[in-house]
Ligand binder design. Structure first.
Ligand code: HT9
Ligand code: FE2
Length: 392
């Protein structure tokens, strides 16, 4: 939508003061032996019933014990490198995860060995909530402390690895227009059945208390999705020449049954639509940046089966993955942040009404619940205490 022109003449300085990017993701198993240890990593300290782990483990088994997320992150890594090269920006990128190999600590250690001092972390969560924001910041604080231990006496005060986190990008034009492009393509696939098919946006459910925590400083996780849904639906309506009816649904609920999570579940919503006479739908997974397990199992297998049982014709739109406008938008955001860190007066590009997520998270941002401060150190926030974690 707005790819910046190639400007090889401004090469390296465009990204200063950053000298590297960390592509920071969730992680997923790479084979059957990884599945259980990965699930234990993800759910450590969480109130997730054992039965849920067995169920989710079986989802991975259907895919040979491998999550598609790792291959997708490698593709995103390659696309980001290609976009940087196209613009003549020489900035190394390494990929590291929160919950599985390759871990963020190894990626950061590698960047540091290559001479990086100041790294910008690009998290593969478009939206802000504990899961997509603070949980990465807590993991980063711990990772930097562990990295300090690992490099030990090697580190002097002048030899610091500083890591900043890129702002959330749900309302960046590249993310929104890439989702709209995918939805328009999905309506194309529906053919004649597209005429009155409503649009069902889908994202990951989170506990109601996490939703409240996400909304303490900024528009909440659900509000962020409603905004993106509205913006995508408006672009789609214009392009297919009729106003589309849209809904927001949730998938992948876990947690204890008595704990309230965001609803409606996508399967329940499909049931309600069928009861009301709907014959066909487009599902758009705006909550996810690639077709990982939540999409590949919860939507493509489970929700599709629900649709079949209900007699609904359903098409699932693609995720933004490596769409050029999305990838270009991410690099725009990197360069925007770099300019801001250089003290330049930059416009924080967004679309819609919610405004830009802050570069540095505000005190209390994205807690697990509104009033509980876990006391866990978190990097990249105004309430972060660098003495607890920075590599100095
Ligand atoms: C908001 C959100 C995103 C989107 C933002 C983002 O992308 O970060 C996301 C992404 C992902 N979630 C993933 C996998 C899992 N999430 C789990 C559990 C949970 N997710 C939660 C929320 C989110 N999760 C929550 C509130 C829980 C409960 C436990 C807790 O509070 O943490 C569990 C445990 C089993 C279960 O409970 O289902 C698994 C295995 C994978 C990898 C998939 C793959 O392997 O392809 C990805 C990308
Ligand atoms: Fe945050």
């Amino acid at each position: 939508m707005h790819p910046a022109p190639a400007r090889p003449d401004v090469a390296a300085p465009a990204a200063a003061p950053y000298d590297a990017i960390l592509l920071y993701s969730f992680g997923g198993p790479d084979g059957p032996d990884d599945v259980l240890p990965f699930l234990r990593n993800v759910t450590r300290g969480k109130n997730i019933p054992e039965a849920r782990l067995v169920t989710v483990g079986a989802h991975y088994d259907l895919f040979g014990g491998r999550s598609p997320i790792n291959g997708q992150n490698l593709e995103l890594l390659a696309a980001l490198r290609a976009e940087l090269a196209r613009r003549g920006v020489d900035l190394p990128i390494a990929w590291g995860n929160r919950n599985w190999k390759p871990y963020a600590i190894d990626a950061l250690a590698e960047l540091r060995e290559q001479g990086a001092h100041r790294v910008l972390a690009l998290v593969t969560s478009a939206y802000g909530s504990y899961s997509g924001c603070r949980q990465y910041r807590e993991h980063l604080a711990r990772t930097l402390a562990e990295l300090a231990d690992r490099v030990g006496g090697d580190v002097t005060p002048g030899d610091v690895l500083a890591v900043d986190k890129l702002r959330h990008y749900f309302n960046h034009p590249g993310f929104v227009s890439s989702n709209a492009d995918a939805v328009v393509e999905a309506y194309g696939e529906l053919g004649d059945a597209a005429a009155d098919a409503p649009l069902v946006f889908v994202t990951h459910s989170i506990p109601d208390v996490m939703e409240a925590g996400s909304g303490a400083q900024r528009p909440s996780y659900r509000t962020q999705h409603l905004e993106v849904a509205e913006l995508v639906a408006a672009q789609v309506s214009e392009r297919i020449g009729r106003p589309v009816e849209w809904h927001l649904a949730f998938c992948s609920r876990s947690g204890a049954p008595h704990q309230p999570w965001l609803e409606p579940d996508v399967n329940d919503l499909l049931g309600d639509l069928a009861t009301a006479g709907t014959r066909s739908v487009v599902m758009s997974p705006i909550g996810f940046v690639s077709d990982h397990m939540e999409v590949a199992f919860d939507l493509d297998i489970e929700a599709m089966e629900t649709a079949r049982e209900l007699g609904l014709t359903a098409v699932r739109a693609g995720t933004v993955s490596t769409r050029p406008a999305f990838v270009a938008g991410l690099i725009d955001l990197v360069l925007e942040r770099a300019a801001a860190e250089r003290g330049e007066d930059v416009a924080r590009v967004t679309t819609g009404a919610l405004g830009a997520w802050p570069d540095t998270c505000r005190p209390g941002c994205c807690r697990q619940s509104v009033d509980v401060d876990s006391g866990i150190p978190a990097a990249c926030g105004q309430d972060s205490d660098p003495t607890q974690w920075s590599v100095q």
